[in-house]
Design a binder for this molecule. Sequence first.
Ligand code: 5AD
Length: 349
Amino acid sequence: MERKVKELIDRLEKNHTLDTAEYAVLIRERTPETAGYLARKADALRRSIYGNSIYIRGLIEISSCCKNNCLYCGIRRGNRECERYRLTPEQILECCAQGYALGFRTFVLQGGEDPGFSDELVCQTVRAIRNRFPDCAVTLSLGEKSPKIYRLYHEAGAERYLLRHETADPVHYRKLHPREMSWAHRMDCLHVLRKTGFQVGCGFMVGSPFQTAECLAADLKFLEEFQPEMCGIGPFIPHHGTPFREYPAGTPELTVYLLSLIRLILPGVLLPATTALGTIAPDGREQGILAGANVIMPNLSPASVRKKYELYDNKLCTGDESAQNCASLRRRMEKIGYEIVTGRGDPAV
Ligand code: 5AD
């Protein structure tokens, strides 16, 4: 094996930090052999903290309406073809009840930035879930809001917030988003969320248009510095109704490699093998878990709306993707030596 790359992996395993330039070397000079070496270290480190436990989160896609126009995203404002829907609090609670019976103890309410879903209604819904399922955690993933709104969400009982930073490189950010959106504001939101008291998740797409090894190295450095409790990454997958329809998808290979690197940078991080990874490769979920991921987020949205929340083409939403097929998911995980556990799954460190 390349001595330099192996030396970098060994040092990362020991110190959980490298220079940005060193991260770029790890990305550029990876081989199947170094990827295997890295994955074994990531798996061992995850096992030393979390054993063979895999945490599940029930994902409820509460609204496909969005005021933003991100160039990669299927539910962008400019996509006329996207069917828009908004769940009612009653529908959301019903999803939670179904999820609870299946063993879920975390509910993730995700949606576009939908001004029609008022902050008061979000708070009411969070309070209702916490009242009815006091042993469950509520995670929100509703985009950029003001510090005041984040505080209200937190006071209502939401303890976790997912907001992918999308890219740590401001120049790259410009190429993925329209002018009215701002990299600085997004990064600011992550710091506000942290200060508000949330467990915070950030993350990025792998293989998004114009992404370079240097962009990814900056993402890894950002993770190292920000120390998020959670981190979501998945391959970019083109959506036919977006300006990026012709761009190639990210690869499962690079996604899995980055999952391993993230595990070595943030030993205790809650790291999902995402739906996008499961979409791009039939065994993507398994590959992700074997390389250091420890969370899976099956879809708990009502079957009638699932197809409408189409962030990218062919997004999985039935099959083992759906929360209703937990038994099958459990078997798949057992087959590779892991166990799905019930419980809130808070960070271990
Ligand atoms: N491919 C992969 N992931 C996407 N997301 C949005 N559009 C796509 C796409 N075309 C991701 C973004 C967003 C998260 C909810 O979904 O990173 O933050």
